[in-house]
Design a protein around this ligand. Sequence first.
Ligand code: 2P0
Length: 324
Amino acid sequence: MKTLVRTARAFTNIALIKYWGKKNQILKLPCTNSLSLTLDRFYTDTKVTIVNDHHDTVYLNHKLLDQTQNKRILKYLDTVRQFYSFDDHFIVDTVNHVPTSAGFASSASGFAALAAAINETKQLNLNKRELSILARNGSGSASRSIYGGFVEWIAGDSNETSFAAPIDENPQIDLTLLSVVINKGSKKISSTVGMENSVKTSPFYPNWVTLVASEIKEIKQAIAKKDIQRIGEIAEHNAMSMHALTLSANPSFTYFEPETIRIFQIIQELRQKGILAYATIDAGPNVKIICTNESITKVQKYIEEQLSNVSCVVANIGSGIQYI
Ligand code: 2P0
């Protein structure tokens, strides 16, 4: 009898305290803990089928990937086979559900969904911690997308001790996110390369490690108190400090574009008007704005009035891995 293989669904996450630097490139062990919020608007659905063959095939959004495009996924499948000592090869069918130009990276939801899909197909019966470890080996930020709500990735110092843990999977908090998309193109310096250059060459990197430790503590207190303003303040400061590492790397680089700075100025103007808005920016030019249900409409209206060439997408708090 053929068993029904379910599709795994994983949602993307936005880091409020960023992961920016590894102490082990192969295992993707980060230099610091990080803390994120899982979002509901962008997710990846992945189904994995075992084939009677000696190679893997990968489809993304129903298109067959060529040998360059599927390289990272094939390498990951080799790692998983080695971890769990099996020889099966797979057809990987993955679909990214992106609201019109949301400006989110897909590696977090992508590798979380792939790890969960392999768990399902191979009946590995992994618990969430083991699943987080497996996802981390694909992409660091994917370790956090196993859970919903607020999530902390504990850096650890080995494969077994580096995993995400939930802080509050279903927080009752008035927080909503506005993603402002400036540029939909892929970035020139990948996160992997950007963080490696920052660790190696920024004179401020040791300070970053100290800063993250204290900001994680502070933001967890703010989350417990549901203090949205404090969450925003800490997240914005942490994001700007991460980007200071790129500017202070040698050679210096930045993910910012002129509109990134403009939106940052607009956010400061909005705050002066008493409207709650705080920025967080990942390894790209797009800005994600932490808002409340009350402020988000005003923030979006103000941005669209000031800048005609950007698009906005609203996201709310999302859940962890699902099987559908
Ligand atoms: C984060 N980012 O915490 C940080 C903030 C981007 C900026 O995690 O090398 O794609 O695959 O582990 O997970 C993006 O890095 O990097 C990222 P790898 P990943 O969300």
